[in-house]
Design a protein around this ligand. Structure first.
Ligand code: 2NE
Length: 270
């Protein structure tokens, strides 16, 4: 595939190809563990992918066959979070999780090798996960002195059920690709060498579909779980649709033309 770089970063790659933006964590020597900088770069790339009208779907992945992401880089974990070059402790990956859920375009996790700890949560919050047959999944928090009680717990439980989610967190076992498929944690498992082909094929099927229908569906799936914030997202999309209508434009035009709006011309649907 003819990926072209959208922007150069230090700890990620950010590329474009035929309607697809690909964000790749590029720290394979650390099994793609993230630092505050990695997350800051991913966050910026995700925002650029959101704003880029060419982009209909985003792939999140890790460099190399060994890991999708092994979570927070424990070697920069300090007092109160992961410490970046500015010496400030951060847990900015939680904001990235929100971005993945909020971007009104499907995000696909393309998982080869380990998806562990905070890296596991990243694939969990993606809309779709495609796994290579060498993928391994798990949480490690209670082993390494951490936990993610947000989406990492509650959303995981929605995906695999309460009993399984508690097992995953309490035992910190690893699960292979087939086990992940069996518990509904991933959508498909393919041989490692077919991982990108399969993911691109899924992207292409999605890109053929109505962008607004996809956007409304993503917001609707979120709304059920995200409470007031989820309803706000769905309602914002309803406003977008309303703004496209002649009825809404009549209100705006009447204001600008300093006249009374005439809404009588619009149907009052049953
Ligand atoms: C991922 C795993 C299972 C891979 O094992 P293996 O045997 O294939 O590789 P190895 O030798 O462990 O790792 C290769 C190199 O990568 C480093 C290792 O230290 C090693 O470095 P060298 O010895 O070659 O110098 N590495 C791997 N993961 C790292 C990490 N997360 N931080 C720093 N260095 C790492 C195995 O490596 C593993 O279990 N990794 C740790 C997984 C983990 O516990 N992650 C943190 C969970 S907490 C979290 O992510 C989090 C959260 O709970 C809440 C909020 C935000 C984040």
């Amino acid at each position: 595939y003819n990926w072209t770089s959208i922007r150069e970063y230090r700890e990620i790659k950010f590329e474009y190809f035929e309607g697809i933006a690909k964000i790749t964590i590029n720290r394979p020597h650390k099994r793609n563990a993230f630092t505050p900088l990695t997350v800051k770069e991913m966050s910026e790339a995700m925002e650029l992918a959101r704003q880029d009208e060419r982009v209909g779907v985003v792939i999140l992945t890790g460099e190399g066959p060994d890991a999708f992401c092994s979570g927070g880089d424990q070697s920069v974990r300090g007092h109160g979070g992961y410490i970046g070059e500015d010496a400030v402790p951060r847990l900015n990956v939680l904001d990235l999780q929100m971005q993945i859920r909020r971007i009104p375009k499907p995000v696909i996790a393309m998982v080869a090798g380990y998806a562990i700890g905070g890296g596991h949560v990243l694939h969990v919050v993606c809309d779709i996960s495609i796994a290579a047959d060498n993928a391994r999944f798990g949480q490690t928090g209670p082993k390494v002195g951490s936990f993610d009680g947000g989406f990492g717990a509650s959303y995981l439980a929605r995906v695999v059920g309460q009993k399984k989610a508690r097992e995953i967190w309490f035992l910190c076992d690893q699960y292979n690709a087939q086990e992940a498929l069996d518990m509904g944690l991933v959508n498909k498992v393919v041989p490692l060498e077919q991982l990108e082909d399969e993911t691109i094929a899924w992207c292409r099927k999605i890109l053929e579909k109505s962008p607004i229908a996809l956007r409304m569906l993503k917001a609707s799936f979120n709304a059920e779980l995200d409470g007031q914030a989820g309803i706000q997202q769905l309602a914002g999309d309803a406003t977008l649709l309303y703004y496209l209508s002649e009825e809404a434009k009549e209100g705006k035009n009447a204001f600008l033309e300093k006249r009374k709006p005439d809404f009588s011309q619009f149907p009052k649907f049953p």
